[in-house]
Write a protein that binds this ligand. Sequence first.
Ligand code: URA
Length: 327
Amino acid sequence: MYRVALKNEDDFAGWRKAARALALADIPPEQVEWQVGEGGDLFAGEGAGAAPPDPPEGAEFSVPRQFMTLAEDAFAHPDKHRFEMLYELLLKVRATPRAIMDVGDPLVSRLSAMALEPRLEALEKRNDKDAALAELIVEAKDCKRCPLYKDATQTVFGEGAASARLMLMGEQPGDQEDLAGRPFVGPAGQMLDRGLREAGIDRAETYVTNAVKHFRFEQRGPRRIHQKPDTSHIEACRWWFAQERVLVRPPVTVALGGSAAHALLGRKVTIGRTRGEPIPLKDGLEGWVTVHPSYLLRIPDKTKAEEEYGRFVEDLKGARKRAKELA
Ligand code: URA
């Protein structure tokens, strides 16, 4: 059994150093006991055991950046099992780097939730919610939580006041949003604006955002063709929209299309079966689901397009009415 003595609860550097040495020596998680004690000499503090054997000459490994981000964030959670959970995940990710994107893995999912919790608690306590939103925007500019940042021009964060009573949530920025750095400013945005006007909603009084904050596309010649985000992109971006939601706490959120509904409800749904009525959310607020405005732009038949647009406006009117009732 190896016993590691971390200096204190926040000794991430100590955890990292010990985890690295243990992983290099291939020590399985069940043979490591993590403690927080005085000393600070990792394997020689009070109650600490022998240091793991020296790794073979030149033994090295690296893990995806997403693991280190998750580890650092989850470290701030008070759960006493975090040290061993992170070590277990480190070994997994070293063997299979893409395991860090496997949101169906209970370890990844639990650690991701733990990473968010201290953040959300701190934001809930802030009185200056708009200032907190502004800080988030700055922080999100450097987001590398999933690989989409590599090809996108910039992070497209949500837009609006923390006092907004209605949140509108799309899928991800499109080509024009990616260039402008603002959500829903391209053709889908114009369709959304038209629907909002007709439903009597002032966009300036809403908070408009996307489930995923970077544009995912495939380059075909000069054109950038939209690609749906994967569940792993939505889950990585939960970091941002969970924080947006805690700061805005809109009584009503309208998910525009399937990806947004998936992100908001935490499960895949059929729009036709879910639209038009309030859906209670885990955070105690209310969700509504409708089609994505770009779906309306793609309907070739004029009569059908008008019909579908009418239903879209009705959904928005329903959400507006509820937001008023709950205000
Ligand atoms: N589609 C979206 O889902 N969001 C945007 O911001 C633009 C297009």
